[in-house]
Design a protein around this ligand. Sequence first.
Ligand SMILES: [Zn+2]
Length: 376
Amino acid sequence: MALITYLTTVKFGFGEIAGIEADLAGLGVKKPLIIADKGIVAAGIVATVQALSPALAAAPVFDGTPTNPTEEAVEAALVVYREHACDGLVAIGGGSPIDLAKGVALLATHPGPLETYAAILGGIPKVTSTVAPVIAVPTTSGTGSEVGRAALISLKDGRKLGFISPHLIPRLAICDPELTLGLPGWLTAATGMDAVTHCIETYLSPRENPPADAIALDGLKRAAAFIERAVKDGSDREARKEMMMAALQGGMTFQKGLGAVHALSHPLGGLKEVSLHHGTLNAVLLPAVLRFNEPEARTKYAEIRKTLGLAADADLAAWIAELVSRLGLPGNLTQMGVPRGVVAAISEAAVKDHSTASNPRPATAADYAAMLEASF
Ligand SMILES: [Zn+2]
């Protein structure tokens, strides 16, 4: 039967970040390492958060998080963590810094190499409750990683693998929409489509979990209602708040597992020849995957149409493609610069990805190749 756990502590709302000094003390963290990336530092968000807390003002900052987190970056941050004798992490940013912080929290307390803990290599039970505490401070509305039990990290050999354990869920998520007000339109759109995809894929997952289904549909409804407003006017506080809630809700349902969109976007995100944004990839792949899955999930598709206020015979895949177009995101993999030569390798990797197991319709490498071809 279903395994249902909810989940970790979340502080949600404008101004919540102001309490971070007390939050660190509450978790017993005296010497945090801040994990961010250069964009977040340049936007002044790290400095804003540091100004709220003497412990963070004195903390080292690792800003070397790549667009897609890598084993090399985990190891580089771990050196800083050990040099400063840190006892916890504060991840400030989108999914990449949060996932990277989870990797550091893991290797700071468990013997390497990182590969030992990869979900598809049998690593899940090897992750113990000794994982260093992480506070996640999302600055985008999409990833859901702030309440997720997974970190997606590219190993040195190029495989982008999932590291999954309840012990990797951040001990506290501080979701303050104020921190997203300056997010550029394209990133608001791309990360917002990641949240949309999380809500749809977890809802369609065949694993039984009615509370998660209800949360996923509510998140989808909010995202669909507010994503265009948030993209059009970044200072729209209501839209920013609702998108942050939709992203959180998408993350709260990860325990059902994702599906074919993520099974494809994970290996695509690990490509070395081109750097591809996770949310943008999902936006581009979602229509083809929706068409593939429909025969196995007609009842749930009807529920999604109802949630979105669409006609009973509406073409859901076309509706998503039109939304992606209105948001100004790329409409296909060609526009994203994906070389066609990768189709075979990505299809094979997608079959092995942990998200394949929870896709509503079993997918072979040939199925994945067809979904990719339809997305060029
Ligand atoms: Zn995602």
